[in-house]
Design a protein around this ligand. Structure first.
Ligand code: BTN
Length: 253
């Protein structure tokens, strides 16, 4: 049974290595679903694909949520998309900030990155667990010059400071709501919601993974959460991982 979102246990660190690492340990020790871990500062913040996540102390939201999905693992590929949808909705509802999703789950304002999601999974004593890590730039306005994607924050978008802790309840509410939808109905509603919150469909994209580069048109999201890409030669591919850059508005540009 899905626990009510408001019944969460919170572990807060003024400084830790990574909230995802702390949440992973708690998961391994049997902490219940919806336990959350937050921090003011991470010394080894983790990003997707082995990247580091750098965040100025006390300026941004660093949140990890323990989940214990009951659905078969073949459905889990949509959870990264689900978390992205929940973040976009929480920002719209609680902060009146419009954002879009970039596959799989970057939170964007136009071409600038407002936040990211890192999902980690494992199994301890036959119990599967998942940690959904969310990093959201809230009040930081100065960023390292070498960011791969130009960053932004809520403060930069709105010109005012935002509460950080006050973002957590609306975020857990939208996350809980989409999670229950996924649990009850499966992937289709999540994919439909994700597609309503992106402007990537039909665009030319570059997918980079290690030394491999692939250019194509993003056509759709498949039932397993992968990106459906058509190459210039018409070859259809499903993309499961990679760094994605949007190159143009449509294939003819
Ligand atoms: C990305 O690469 O876009 C994902 C970034 C995820 C960062 C968050 S911050 C809270 C949680 N703890 C981590 O170490 N990473 C995630």
């Amino acid at each position: 049974m899905i626990e009510p979102v408001k019944g969460h246990i919170r572990h807060h660190f003024s400084e830790t290595d990574s909230t995802n690492v702390r949440a992973r340990f708690l998961s391994e020790q049997g902490s219940p679903e919806w336990t959350i871990v937050t921090a003011d500062f991470q010394s080894m913040g983790r990003g997707r694909r082995g990247n580091i996540w750098i965040s100025e102390s006390g300026q941004n939201l660093l949140l990890s949520v323990i989940l214990r999905p009951q659905r078969a693992m073949e459905y889990w590929g949509c959870i990264p998309l689900l978390v992205g949808v929940a973040v976009v909705d929480a920002l719209a509802e609680a902060e009146s900030v419009g954002s879009q999703l970039k596959w799989p789950n970057d939170i964007m304002v136009d071409s600038r990155k407002l936040g990211g999601v890192l999902i980690e999974t494992g199994e301890t004593d036959g119990q599967r667990w998942m940690v959904a890590g969310i990093g959201l730039n809230v009040n930081q306005t100065v960023f390292p010059p070498d960011c791969k994607i130009p960053p932004t924050s809520l403060a930069m978008e709105t010109g005012k400071k935002h509460g950080i802790d006050s973002l957590i309840p609306p975020l857990l509410d939208t996350l809980g709501s989409w999670y229950r939808t996924w649990n009850d109905f499966g992937n289709a509603k999540i994919i439909a919601a994700w597609k309503e919150r992106t402007n990537m469909i039909g665009k030319t994209v570059l997918i980079q993974s290690g030394t491999s580069k692939l250019i194509g048109t993003m056509h759709d999201i498949a039932a397993d959460g992968s990106m459906v890409l058509y190459g210039k030669d018409g070859t259809k591919r499903n993309i499961f991982a990679g760094d994605v850059t949007i190159l143009s508005m449509n294939d003819s540009e």
